[in-house]
Design a protein around this ligand. Structure first.
Ligand code: NAP
Ligand code: GCO
Length: 262
């Protein structure tokens, strides 16, 4: 029987958080390192990877960084082969890398819609597909897909993102269904509105969205990347071995709340 500390320990595990030079991914990776995992991350270019390595080093974390575009299956497969050769199988995958384009649907070129789907939905498929064989050989693993409020709700200008994140919820459920028998648990984590570069445009002084989100959030504040660390650790640890196909929303209560009366 595991002790509570063992239940939440990632000691001896290899954890890959995609797109984790900063933002939510950086926080999740930092939490995993603190729980004992060997952390790897990737980003689109050497400058971002170096920026991430410096940030991890400053936090006392010996993370390993790689240049890899998660939409490029050849790059992903090559990285997984290298990690499995040099470190070992990926035990924990967090599909965190993502983009958003805020454009009214009738003004959005199909190519831009496809780009968002490619990064936010096809890439999680590509990366999960690449690490699953190693997880199966290792006797199991954890896949955590970073979903969104837009996995459940729509709003103006985010048609591509909502379609991708809604699809990511169902991809999560399907991976859980298809690979649960191999002791793979695939769950989603659904951040609410979190203060990162991705939402910086919505948090500019005087932007009406800022007041809107405060009124829609029972916690009456924006989330921080650190708010995701505990829930992400739960989903990566033995504590969640019988949790599968679930999306854990970390939203301060937004999805439960009609919104503050004006
Ligand atoms: P962010 O600040 O924009 O960071 C996203 C990271 O992903 C960046 O490092 C980015 O690199 C990287 N990335 C983008 N495309 C990539 C690709 N093709 N290959 C490799 N890396 C790539 O976003 P965030 O706010 O931390 O969000 C992280 C995840 O949480 C995303 O999936 C987002 O949709 C989701 N999310 C965010 C919020 C929120 O309120 N912030 C809420 C719910 C869900 P570049 O810097 O080069 O673009
Ligand atoms: C937006 C925001 C949201 C957040 C997040 C909410 O424009 O509505 O960017 O989409 O990024 O996904 O959970």
């Amino acid at each position: 029987m595991n002790t509570m500390q063992e239940l939440f320990s990632l000691k001896g595990k290899v954890a890959w958080v995609t797109g984790a030079s900063y933002g939510i991914g950086f926080s999740i990776a930092s939490a995993y390192a603190a729980a004992g995992a060997t952390v790897i991350f990737n980003d689109l270019n050497p400058e971002l990877v170096d920026k991430g390595l410096a940030a991890y080093k400053a936090a006392g974390i010996g993370a390993r960084g790689y240049v890899c575009d998660v939409t490029d299956e050849a790059q992903v497969n090559a990285l997984v082969a290298r990690v499995e050769r040099e470190i070992g199988p990926v035990n924990i995958l967090v599909n965190n890398a993502g983009i958003i384009r805020r454009v009214p649907m009738i003004e959005m070129p199909a190519e831009e819609f496809r780009k968002v789907i490619d990064v936010d939905l096809t890439a999680p498929f590509i990366v999960a597909k690449a690490v699953l064989p190693g997880m199966i050989r290792a006797g199991g693993g954890k896949i955590i897909n970073v979903c969104s409020m837009m996995s459940e709700l729509g709003r103006e200008t985010v048609s591509a993102y909502a379609a991708a994140k809604g699809g990511l919820k169902m991809l999560t459920r399907n991976i859980a269904s298809e690979y649960g028998a191999y002791n793979v648990q695939c769950n989603g984590i659904g951040p609410g509105y979190i203060a990162t570069p991705q939402t910086a445009p919505l948090r500019e002084p005087g932007h009406p969205f800022n007041d809107f989100i405060i009124a829609k959030t029972p916690a009456a504040r924006w989330g921080t990347p650190a708010d995701l660390e505990g829930p992400a650790l739960f989903l990566a640890s033995a504590a969640s071995d019988f949790v599968n196909g679930h999306v854990l929303y970390v939203d301060g209560g937004i999805l439960a709340y009609i919104g503050k009366q004006p």
